[in-house]
Design a protein around this ligand. Structure first.
Ligand code: MCN
Length: 761
């Protein structure tokens, strides 16, 4: 019986649940003995010219070893923006002349003990001349706005498509056209484990423990910032307590900690506080979108336009690039006859924006799903029917959109019907009608979202790819080295399942290793829900190649023709066909010489998982409070290898997506002061506020990899946010509300009700 598709329990968990994980802050290594501690002095102003930074006071504080400013780091590179982004908007590792957001590192104080850092840092004197602050992305984009980088002469970091080339006749012939500007608010990734680093130099080589999503990318970034060859850097990835897209590569702070270790000739450590994490780690989303949708009263949408304004924060990072992905996914699963999209990214005096679970694709889904509901409300049609009318029909050959996305396989209509069925949609509408009729205080809202997203994209020439090595040992166990970098996704379990399936070695005798660049020099890490389809497929490929190699060796050993041997997984051995008593095991072959194969798996392109979410909420029409009652989803990620893990990813993603719709938001005041830099001000959903999600199954395999698998890691987040937002608005639509921006907090819902005249003023 195949182990694939079964609910193998996570082999990661016994350790986490008993002795606990070993995170970067927990790493005890002789090399790190006597480490000093780095503490960053961060800007308290959102935009100011630095007149002077005086560290002399700090140097006299107890335990202080040294203190540094950018003047000390003058020989180091700056964090350069990605290609396509204005190159003049780079970030020095510590602020040089100007600070551009509250939380920007200005100086580094190094102490014997970590607790001494904060006191010493308070003695660093920074003299600022305040500059006008630009917090709002709309203001940043205006002509005449204060510019953050005078040498760039503009706040525009990147432009996607030509606004002047938008078709003035796009909506000609439409009976109904609806347009609205909607906000996809800025959120904080807020992983349980904050950022950290532990660095040491020995024999001219840097070894750094850093929580990351791909040690190889972190090595590349750090080597670039420190002016080193990649060979001179070894990155080790301890356990990682959540990342959600924000731990790719290296941040300025990581480079400074490594530089401190080199300069002082002594290991150095850094772990940021929660407060620092909330202002210093990249944020996500942060788009303002204008959607325009037009079509007939029969529900057929004929034209759709999406205009994206992206807030990149003070220094353009991946965030500046997100509109590219949003635009790529503009029409989502719909077959609109005409669609167009443009975008710009601007800098503001706020924390830089980076990747956050879905990175660019949830924003596209949110836009089009809101647009469909606005259109449905305008023509008075059930939003499910509008979706039915516009979803692309089932296809088995790749479908290329007007935006250049090549959807590999999909059946969007079936996904919607399955979700509606599982939710009992007609009954829900009946109950809604009853409550409306009765004028009850608690109104029912039903929200839909259909989506298609892109996973496993990118990669060098030759398509998206990943490597894996598999080695069988003489004791019958095996070791897998992978270029992916799990931090909660369960690769240890699933990679072992994939190898076990081929080699007949039990899962608990297979060790999976990753995240040490000396051990695994190449790899794309974990993000963009790429890991199973690329890294998992590489494990299968390496396992099969290992069997081919073993067959040759077994044939030698048994003096048989390789073609006459059959592999019996139940004993992990080759036997002569028809004579099972004559056999040789993989373990035995490994005794003779190493039995090891490395494989690189390449995919012809990205895959496009899809699905449909139905959210049910109750909204108290007197207080504006919305409560999530149900979320029913179909998330089709092709063939599922471990349903337990795939469901876990869906559950986590749905909760995270719903939290964006309900309550998460990073807020600044008009001076650029963050108002949400603790978990007291920045709420998210806990298990107490969510129902158990109802997951319906659907699997449309992809032909792009031998597993038939697409990614599942971000699906929940992508579908849930618009479904929940649509549900909240749907609950109060009959009271005249057409739109509520996220987060649909009680206050915002209440204000919408009041504006619609359904509450006393
Ligand atoms: N899987 C499966 N069958 C499929 C697809 C996936 O059994 N058809 C399983 C895989 O074997 C794997 C898991 O589901 O165990 C997720 O696989 P995949 O979809 O390939 O996604 P990745 O492993 O590449 O994970 C990345 C994704 C992203 S992009 C973010 S952001 C995210 C997420 O995963 N961040 C997370 N999930 C997270 N979960 C935790 N706990 N913490 C984070 O920071």
């Amino acid at each position: 019986m195949s182990i694939l598709g079964t609910r193998v329990i996570r082999t990661e968990d016994p350790r986490f649940l008993t002795t606990g994980g070993v995170y970067t802050g927990d790493v005890r290594d002789k090399l790190l003995d006597g480490a000093c501690h780095v503490h960053f002095v961060r800007s308290v102003l959102a935009h100011a010219r630095i007149r002077s930074v005086d560290v002399s006071g700090a140097l006299t504080a107890p335990g202080v070893v040294a203190a540094f400013t950018i003047a000390d780091l003058a020989d180091l590179a700056e964090c350069k923006p990605m290609p396509m982004v204005n190159a003049q908007m780079s970030q020095p590792l510590l602020a040089r002349d100007v600070v551009r957001f509250v939380g920007e590192p200005v100086a580094a104080v190094v102490t014997e003990q970590s607790y001494q850092g904060e006191d010493a840092a308070s003695l660093v004197e920074i003299d600022y001349d305040e500059l006008p602050v630009v917090v709002d992305m709309g203001v940043a984009a205006e002509d005449g706005a204060t510019v953050l980088f005078p040498e760039a002469g503009t706040n525009v970091a990147a432009t996607f498509g030509d606004r002047a080339a938008l078709d003035p006749d796009l909506f000609d012939g439409c009976e109904v056209v609806v347009s609205r500007t909607i906000v996809n608010q800025r959120v904080a990734p807020a992983p349980m484990e904050t950022r950290a680093a532990a660095a040491v130099w020995a024999d001219g080589r840097l070894t750094a423990w850093i929580p990351n999503q791909g040690a190889q990318g972190t090595r590349r970034d750090l080597a670039g910032l420190l002016g080193l060859e990649q060979d001179a850097v070894r990155i080790i990835t301890p356990d990682v307590g959540g990342a959600f897209g924000a731990k790719f590569g290296a941040d300025p702070e990581h480079a400074v900690v490594c530089w401190v270790a080199r300069t002082l000739g002594r290991p150095a450590r850094w772990t940021e506080t929660r407060n620092e994490n909330m202002v210093g780690m990249t944020h996500g989303r942060a788009q303002r979108q204008t959607v325009t949708i037009g079509g007939g009263r029969d529900g057929l949408v004929t034209a759709y336009r999406l205009e994206v304004l992206q807030d990149s924060g003070a220094y353009p990072r991946i965030g500046a690039f997100l509109p590219m992905l949003t635009i790529l996914m503009t029409p989502g699963p719909y077959g609109f006859r005409r669609a167009e999209a443009v975008g710009i990214s601007v800098v503001t005096n706020t924390t830089p924006v980076g990747a956050y679970r879905g990175a660019g694709r949830p924003e596209a889904t949110a836009a089009v799903e809101r647009a469909i509901d606005l259109f449905a409300a305008e023509i008075g049609m059930d939003p499910a029917d509008v979706r039915r009318k516009n979803l692309l029909p089932k296809f088995t050959e790749p479908h290329t959109t007007a935006f250049g996305a090549v959807y590999d396989s999909g059946d969007y209509q079936a996904a919607l019907e399955k979700a509606l069925d599982a939710a009992g949609y007609p009954e829900l509408r009946k109950e809604q009608a009853r409550r409306r009729e009765a004028g009850e205080v608690d109104q029912l809202g039903i929200g839909l979202a259909c989506y298609v997203e892109i996973t496993g994209a990118g990669g060098e020439a030759g398509g998206p790819n990943e490597n894996a090595s598999v080695e069988v040992h003489p004791d019958g166990s095996a070791t897998i080295l992978t270029g992916t970098s799990p931090h909660g996704q369960g690769h240890q379990t699933v990679w072992a399942m994939l190898a076990s399936e081929e080699l007949g070695i039990p899962v608990d005798k297979i060790t999976v290793k990753w995240g040490d660049t000396d051990l695994v020099p190449e790899g794309g890490g974990t993000g963009g829900s790429r890991s199973l389809q690329l890294g998992g497929a590489a494990v299968r490929q390496a396992s099969r190649s290992l069997l081919d190699l073993a067959r040759e060796r077994a044939a030698d050993e048994l003096e048989a023709n390789p073609a006459d041997l059959v592999f019996d997984p139940s004993i992990s051995a080759f036997a002569v066909a028809g004579d099972p008593d004559i056999s040789v095991s993989l373990a035995h072959l490994a005794e003779r010489e190493p039995l090891l194969v490395r494989a690189v798996f390449s995919q012809p392109g990205a895959t496009f998982p899809f699905g449909a979410h139905v959210a049910v909420v109750e909204v108290d029409t007197e207080t504006g409070k919305a409560v999530l009652r149900r979320v029913v989803t179909v998330d089709d990620a092709g063939t599922v290898i471990n349903p337990l893990l795939a469901e876990g990813q869906r559950h986590g993603g749905i909760a995270q997506g719903a939290a964006q719709a309900f309550l998460e938001e990073v807020v600044y005041d008009e001076d650029g002061n963050p108002l949400t830099s603790t978990f007291a001000d920045y709420p998210f959903l806990t298990a107490a506020e969510v129902p158990s999600f109802e997951l319906a199954e659907m699997a449309t395999p992809t032909s792009y990899n031998p597993l038939g698998a697409k990614g599942i890691g971000e699906a929940g987040t992508i579908g849930a946010t618009p479904a929940v937002q649509n549900a909240i608005i749907d609950a109060i639509a009959h009271l005249g509300v057409r739109h509520v921006d996220m987060p649909a907090s009680p206050q915002r819902v209440w204000q919408s009700l009041r504006a619609a005249g359904s509450l006393p003023r």
